[in-house]
Design a protein around this ligand. Structure first.
Ligand SMILES: Cc1ncc(COP(=O)(O)O)c(C=O)c1O
Length: 489
């Protein structure tokens, strides 16, 4: 049997078993009714002048052809003096100083004088969509028409026509048969890993599964915490064995796969690593998949909407979308919103919605958020200049520093915690928000500054940032990603 059909048949058998146990779960989409348009227009004229328009063909989503003033608010922030002082002295804060500070007066004039302006280089809003008016308008319109809630989990009554429309839009983008929205990207990874683990327990004849019935999960050493936690949860079902391969090391992975006699193999990896800014070896993984017949799962949290000509993500960039079996994504990064998804086949969707606990037992995303994400996906697709802009900023950074960066996540490894903190403080004083990343997020002595670029940054922002960076770190001595094989599991 070839790879997809072997996995297809295992998923099919698992579904049959769930059916026989009467625990196969259904999504039951409900169509939300709008409030009467006339009533809405009367009540909300001042907020939403075009509420008369009905939803939602592509033309409704207003797009622009270059950066506009509002885009800057996705990279320009202000912090109060107490926050500045705490950060400078590395004093832990529960965040209450902004609420209670006597510094922040109600007088708008003095308010602005006491805030420090910063250019944000630590967000994940890669396309600068978090401040896009079309997206805000979509959220406002849906909130006025339907209120906030989905009123339940997707399996009860929280799955609406908005959710279903967004899923098909994402399935198209990711070239998959279907898609399942999840509360967050974290929840998406948890749901998928537990669903994969459940195949082992559903297909076992006895209470203790044989080696052949177990699932072997091969996970990159630097995978995101949500994959790690998902695998840990799957392991508790006693039907999963985990193998950690050295970061992006295809030859190590190949050795582990060759030695493994288990039939059901899964390889899971971040596509673009969030703390290191390097890519999974996609083409090599696609080739290994042919050789070993594993299920290939990628977490494309940082690549979706940014990489590839159409924003289809890292798999599109490396021309291997067909070889990726399941693709996880989030809306909390380049879409500038909130929520997660799993693009997959219809069979997998049915299994995850029946077994993925973080999907099943969590309320579906609020309708205004889903409407906003839908608008964001459309805008990201049509405003292609945003992708060009962010990749130009990557080139600018390379040219200004000589560091061969290849993605909008730039991980400047400086070594000790103190060095990273000093550099972060220097940047803060100079008006840049760049956080120092320290253990346990990264291995000891690989503390770093994580600089994240956005389409809303200008070349001038980068010139100023790199000039300040050069005052506190030596570009020649700086590592750009960690490859020491440290396993966070
Ligand atoms: C690689 C990766 N996967 C998953 C997540 C979780 O996404 P979310 O913020 O939607 O929970 C993140 C973000 O923190 C991430 O970096």
């Amino acid at each position: 049997m070839d790879i997809p059909s072997a996995w297809d048949s295992w998923v099919g058998e698992a579904l049959a078993r769930l059916e026989s146990l009467k625990v196969l779960r259904s999504l039951r989409p409900i169509c939300l009714r709008k409030q009467s348009t006339q009533l809405l227009v009367e009540n909300h004229k001042q907020y939403a002048p075009n509420l008369e328009n009905d939803v939602a063909d592509d033309e409704e989503f207003e797009v622009f052809d270059e950066l506009r003033p509002w885009d800057r608010s996705s990279v320009e922030v202000e912090i109060g003096e107490p926050t500045f002082n705490k950060w400078m002295h590395d004093i832990p804060s529960p965040g209450d100083e902004i609420v209670h500070s006597p510094f922040i007066s109600k007088d708008p004039q003095s308010h602005h004088q006491q805030l420090k302006k910063l250019i944000l280089f630590s967000g994940n809003d890669y396309l600068g969509l978090s401040s896009h008016p079309t997206i805000g308008r979509a959220a406002a319109k849906a909130a006025l028409e339907h209120g906030m809630g989905p009123r339940g989990s997707a399996l009860i009554c929280g799955y609406t026509n908005y959710h279903s429309q967004l899923e098909s839009c994402l399935a198209d983008l990711k070239k998959k048969e279907d898609c399942l929205l999840c509360p967050t990207g974290f929840a998406a990874n948890m749901a998928l890993m537990t669903a994969i683990g459940s195949i082992g327990s559903l297909l076992t004849e006895n209470s203790i599964p044989s080696k052949d019935e177990k699932i072997a999960i091969f996970s990159d050493a630097l995978n995101h915490a949500s994959i790690i936690d998902g695998i840990r949860l799957a392991e508790r079902q006693k039907c999963v064995k985990v193998f950690i391969y050295r970061h992006c090391d295809v030859s190590h992975l190949n050795t582990l796969l060759s030695r493994c006699r288990m039939q059901r193999k899964v390889v899971v990896t971040d596509s673009l690593f969030s703390m290191d800014g390097d890519y999974a070896p996609m083409v090599e993984l696609a080739n290994l998949r042919k050789k070993h017949g594993f299920l290939l799962v990628i977490d494309d949290a940082h690549g979706s909407f940014v990489c590839g000509k159409n924003g289809g993500g890292v798999a599109e960039e490396f021309n291997c979308e067909r070889e990726v079996d399941l693709c996880i994504g989030t809306f909390s990064k380049a879409a500038g919103c909130h929520g997660g998804f799993i693009a997959c086949s219809k069979r997998w969707k049915l299994l995850i919605q029946s077994r993925g606990r973080s999907f099943i037992f969590s309320t579906a995303a609020p309708v205004p958020v889903v409407a906003a994400v839908h608008a964001a996906v459309k805008v990201a697709k049509r405003e292609t200049w945003r992708r060009r802009a962010i990749w130009n900023r990557v080139k600018d950074f390379r040219a200004l520093t000589g560091i061969p960066v290849t993605s909008p996540i730039i991980s400047l490894i400086v070594g000790s915690e103190e060095k990273a903190l000093q550099a972060s403080r220097h940047l803060l004083k100079s008006g840049f928000h760049v956080t120092a990343i320290r253990p346990p997020t990264v291995p000891p002595n690989s503390c770093r500054l994580r600089v994240a670029l956005s389409a809303a940054h200008t070349r001038e922002d980068l010139e100023k940032l790199t000039a300040e960076l050069s005052q506190c770190i030596n570009f020649q001595d700086t590592g750009i990603y960690c490859s020491n094989g440290y396993a966070r599991l």
